[in-house]
Design a protein around this ligand. Structure first.
Ligand SMILES: *[C@@H]1O[C@H](CO)[C@@H](O)[C@H](O)[C@H]1NC(C)=O
Length: 579
């Protein structure tokens, strides 16, 4: 058989494509492993930094090794992971029918209208107009309808692949990094203007395709802040495993709108599909009995400022903080919730509690700090808030001085140092990691100004953790959409028993664009089909049917048919076909 026979070309092609397809498939399905992704690992000594690199990765790998015992292992060489590991995903923004032309225009609408014109079912006074309208429709069939159909098919395939691409990120990272909690930081769907049926169709795709296996936080577990509360669970134990499947959804502007769009209907359908808008969760970290005597107890140890370690998660809809809002009643409800969060927090003098705020719109920053600069737009019809890139400076101050209880005044309770915490959000797609702080030694009239720096810059500048510069880290998680590299955030929070404080570290794990996902699956499909064809050809060969001869014969026959009998395809050439 010749090297250039069809089956030989197929075999040689496969010989080349198979290893490429295998390598790319391995990369796609093992990307967190090959990129050394892992939750940051608490340091071995309190004054060290957390490990985000190799050590963290090796510990993560150990937990996948089938012969190591996890969590309560007696193996002294393995280091315990952070008791709270949050897989944080930003802005999946599921698109749908609003981006598919044939869904809102119909298929070949101009054929229908052409039919009306030529069958005299449309109204025209003179024939000239009828002919003219008909010819217009003929043009539009080709230049509009055909284009729209092709575009709709492309978009539908694109949407289908995109759901699986996002699902791949969630599933693969959840498997490899073993988070204790998962959050999606708003903009779960792509538009607040959807009608109800499309909204619930996308919610269905969200739960059954993208976050398959995930569950919404049950309403009775999403608590309104109160002085006496039930714990949502314990950290560092296996018995809170129900939380590894739950997805803590945050509402985004594309889900319920900005302050100028938020209304009862949009809120209620969001809460039906994805869970409550505003709530809190409180997780306790059990401490070893040896440390218990040092903990505050009204009766036995009233002078201690150490509380039993607790992580408080505040889920907040912050699209309704700035004005003017369409519904002041709903805005008042949001502020009532925040006030309740503040009033039920431990006094700032105590240590051991930590507040993790999960919200959508980032805090205020002057232009140039992150990619998105401050932006406010208002509706023409009623002047209500139409769009914002960030919260206003006063709303941000409410976060920092209210929820976290920090102050620019050193004489404020707890020296104005506030409560420990971290703020996580999405919205801007690009991502940003910042440190908000207030300089208590700056002489000012009235209120002290809040300042903000990029996190790395603040660390290098020695601003983080200084007594007179109380502050908080705000992490804006880069979007998980393909255009932003399929990013995911890995947030570790652990307890430092020496300082009696919680500590935080953050890492990211991008997959790469959606084109990689498509390329791998198309290539795999080609290899499988090629392999099948190859097998079929070989089997036919065994039973005496020469596929090459048939194929070449058929090609030559076709060639003759096209060129006509007189054309010069010498019969001799057919006899030369190798067999
Ligand atoms: C804080 O303010 C003081 C007094 O104005 C100033 O000397 C110091 O450099 C400021 N620190 C920072 C980090 O901005």
């Amino acid at each position: 058989m010749s090297r250039f026979s069809p089956t030989a070309i197929l075999r040689n092609g496969l010989r080349f494509l198979f290893p490429v397809a295998m390598a790319l498939t391995a990369y796609l399905y093992l990307y967190p492993v090959l990129n050394s992704c892992a939750f940051p690992l608490p340091p071995t000594a309190p004054d060290h930094n957390a490990d985000t690199g190799r050590a963290a990765f090796l510990e993560a790998a150990k937990r996948h090794w089938p012969f190591t015992e996890t969590e309560n292992s007696t193996d002294t060489t393995s280091r315990p992971p952070a008791p709270f590991r949050l897989l944080a995903l930003g802005d999946p923004q599921l698109e749908g029918d609003t981006s598919i032309p044939i869904d809102y225009l119909g298929i070949f609408p101009h054929v229908k209208s052409l039919f009306k014109h030529v069958t005299f079912r449309s109204h025209h006074d003179v024939l000239r107009h009828r002919v003219r309208a008909s010819l217009h429709d003929v043009v539009d069939i080709f230049f509009e309808d055909v284009y729209n159909l092709a575009e709709s098919l492309r978009k539908r395939i694109d949407l289908f692949g995109n759901d699986f691409y996002l699902a791949h990120i969630y599933r693969t990272l959840h498997w490899w990094t073993l988070p204790t909690h998962v959050t999606v930081l708003g903009d779960l769907v792509g538009s607040q203007w959807l009608d109800d049926s499309e909204f619930f169709r996308r919610a269905d795709r969200y739960w059954n395709r993208v976050f398959r296996g995930g569950e919404r936080v049950p309403d009775d577990a999403a608590l309104y802040p109160a002085d006496e509360y039930d714990l949502s669970g314990y950290l560092g134990a296996a018995n809170n495993s129900v939380w590894t499947r739950r997805i803590i959804n945050v509402a985004g502007n594309h889900d319920i709108g900005y302050a100028g769009d938020i209304n009862e209907d949009r809120i209620s359908r969001f809460e039906d599909a994805f869970g409550k808008l505003n709530y809190e969760l409180r997780f306790e970290l059990p401490i070893s009995p040896a440390l218990a005597p040092a903990v505050f107890n009204e009766a036995t140890n009233p002078h201690s400022t150490r509380l039993v370690p607790e992580l408080r998660i505040v889920v907040l809809n912050d699209m309704n903080l700035d004005t003017p809002a369409a519904s002041t009643a709903l805005q008042d409800a949001t502020y009532a919730f925040i006030n309740k969060v503040i009033n039920t927090a431990a006094a700032v003098e105590f240590t051991g509690h930590f507040t993790l705020v999960l919200t959508h719109v980032p805090l205020y920053k002057p232009p140039g700090v992150c990619v998105d600069d401050p932006l406010f737009e208002f509706h023409d019809h009623d002047g209500s808030l139409r769009e914002q890139n960030q919260l206003s400076a006063p709303a941000s101050r409410g976060f920092l001085e209210g929820i976290l209880g920090m102050s620019g005044d050193v004489n404020a309770p707890g020296k104005g140092r506030g409560r420990r915490g971290v703020v996580l959000n999405g919205h801007d797609h690009e991502g940003c990691d910042t440190w908000h702080y207030v300089n208590q030694s700056r002489p000012v009239e009235g209120e002290n100004e809040w300042e903000v720096k990029r996190w790395r810059q603040a660390v290098r500048g020695g601003i983080v953790g200084r007594e007179e510069l109380p502050g908080v880290r705000e992490i804006t998680v880069r979007s998980m959409m393909g255009d932003f590299g399929g990013n995911a955030g890995l947030l570790s929070i652990w307890f430092d028993e020496t300082a009696w404080e919680w500590r935080v570290e953050y890492a990211t794990c991008p997959l790469g664009t959606q084109h990689l996902w498509w390329t791998v699956h198309i290539l795999d499909l080609l290899v499988v089909l090629g392999g099948l064809l190859s097998v079929v050809a070989a089997v036919l060969g065994v039973v005496g049917i020469n596929v090459d001869r048939i194929l070449i014969g058929a090609t030559v026959g076709l060639w003759r048919l096209i060129r006509g009998r007189s054309a010069a395809v010498p019969a001799v050439q057919v006899k030369k076909v190798p067999s």
